[in-house]
Design a protein around this ligand. Structure first.
Ligand SMILES: [Zn+2]
Length: 357
C-alpha cells in the first residue's frame, strides 16, 4: 500500500462514522487517479497501526455501498468472479488488491471483504458460495439478499421437482469427480481446467428459482444434532430470514400475499424451517416481488458449522426432498419439459445460452 493513500484513507476514515458502508466510493476511478499522481512509496508501518484502524481502512477499501452480485467471469482461463452491480468489469479486482499484500493483511482483510459486504442473488450466486466452500471461506459470509418473485402456487411442485433433479445432478457430479480423481492418479485425466470443471457443476447450470433454494439450503444450519438431544429424531434445518412483513408469508394471516405463499411451501418441501423476522421496511420494487435477507447474526449456529457440514459430501436427494415427496407423491410423475433454456451475459459482450435438461 502506498503511504499517502493509506494516510489519506486513514484520515477520511477517522473523520467518518465507523463501518458505515455509505462512505465507500461508488467507483474506484478516484482511487486510480490518486494512485497515478503520487510518487511510489511504501508505508512499512501499516501493520503497526492498531487492528481497529486497519479494519476501518480495509472496510473503506473493500466494502461496496451496494450488494455485490457475483458473476463467474467468462474471460478465463482462471476462476474469477466480477460484480454485476458495478459498471467497471474489474471493480472487484481493483478493490481487492490490498488482500494480496501479505499473509497477515490477506487473512485480516478477507474477513472484512466477505463479512461486511452484502451478497445479492443472481444466476452465479449459488456457484459462488459453492466455490467459497471449496476455498473454506464460506463461513465468512454474513449477509445475503434474495429476491422472491410473485408466483402462482401451482408452480410449487414444478420448482420442487426441478430442485430434486438438480440434487440428482449434484450426486452424479460428485460421483464423476471421485472417479476423475482416481483416473487422475492413474494419469488418465487432468485435461480439464479448474474453471471448466466448475462450469460443469450443477450449481452453475441452475434455473433462477432453483438456485435460490439451493442457496437457502446452503445457508441453513442443521438442527439435527440439537433435536436429537431433545429426543426428536430427524430434526431438520433452520433458517432465520428478514422480510418486510412476516404476515405476507403467513397463510393464516389476513394480510398475507397470496402470490408469495408458494415460497414457504417450497421451503417446507425441502425440509427447511424458516423463522421470519419483520423489518417493517420495503426493499426494492414491490410490483414484482420482495426481498428476503439472511444475516449470520440471526442464525442459531455459527456458519463454521456449515463449512464442516460441507466436507461431509453431497446430501442425498431422497433425504433433502423427503417432505416434498410425501406431500406431493405425484411430483415424480409430472410431465416436465425435456429442457429449459436461459442465458447469461458474457463479459466480452453478447450472451451465452444454457440448457437445463
Ligand atoms: Zn467477467
Amino acid at each position: 500500500m502506498k503511504m499517502l493513500e493509506v494516510l489519506d484513507i486513514a484520515q477520511k476514515v477517522a473523520s467518518t462514522t465507523p463501518s458505515s458502508s455509505t462512505d465507500s466510493p461508488k467507483s474506484l476511478s478516484s482511487f486510480r487517479l490518486r494512485e497515478s499522481s503520487y510518487p511510489y512509496c511504501t508505508f512499512p508501518k501499516f501493520l503497526s497501526l492498531p487492528r481497529e484502524i486497519r479494519d476501518r481502512i480495509y472496510a473503506y477499501i473493500l466494502v461496496s455501498g451496494e450488494p455485490i452480485q457475483p458473476h463467474l467471469c467468462t474471460q478465463g482461463p482462471n476462476i474469477s468472479f466480477h460484480d454485476d452491480n458495478q459498471e467497471a468489469h474489474n471493480a472487484i479486482y481493483l478493490r481487492t488488491q490490498i488482500t494480496l499484500t501479505s499473509h497477515q493483511v490477506r487473512s485480516e482483510s478477507l474477513q472484512i471483504f466477505y463479512g461486511e459486504n452484502t451478497w445479492s442473488y443472481g444466476y452465479d450466486t449459488a456457484i459462488y458460495l459453492e466455490r467459497l466452500s471449496q476455498l473454506n471461506r464460506f463461513s465468512m459470509i454474513r449477509h445475503v439478499m434474495l429476491p422472491i418473485q410473485y408466483k402462482n402456487e401451482k408452480s410449487v411442485q414444478k420448482i420442487l421437482r426441478n430442485i430434486h433433479d438438480n440434487l440428482a445432478a449434484q450426486e452424479e457430479y460428485a460421483w464423476t469427480m471421485k472417479k476423475n480423481k482416481f483416473a487422475a492418479k492413474l494419469g488418465m485425466w487432468g485435461m480439464k481446467t479448474e474453471l471448466e470443471v466448475l462450469r460443469e457443476h450443477p450449481m452453475y447450470n441452475v434455473l433462477w428459482d432453483v438456485g435460490i433454494f439451493l442457496v437457502l439450503r446452503k445457508l441453513s444450519t442443521a438442527a439435527a444434532d440439537k433435536e436429537k438431544e431433545n429426543g426428536n429424531e430427524g430434526g431438520g434445518r433452520t433458517l432465520t430470514l428478514r422480510v418486510s412483513w412476516t404476515a405476507w408469508f403467513d397463510e393464516s394471516d389476513k394480510n398475507k400475499y397470496p402470490r408469495l405463499l408458494w415460497f414457504p411451501k417450497v421451503v417446507d418441501g425441502m425440509g427447511l424451517k424458516i423463522e421470519y423476522l419483520g423489518s417493517h421496511e420495503v426493499i426494492g420494487d414491490r410490483s414484482v416481488g420482495t426481498w428476503v435477507g439472511w444475516m449470520q447474526k440471526y442464525q442459531n449456529r455459527e456458519a463454521k458449522e456449515i463449512d464442516r457440514e460441507g466436507t461431509r459430501g453431497v446430501e442425498r436427494k431422497e433425504q433433502v426432498m423427503k417432505k416434498a415427496l410425501e406431500t406431493y407423491p405425484e411430483m415424480m410423475r409430472m410431465g416436465m419439459p425435456s429442457s429449459t433454456n436461459y442465458y447469461r451475459k458474457r463479459c466480452e459482450g453478447g450472451i451465452e445460452w444454457f440448457k437445463v435438461v
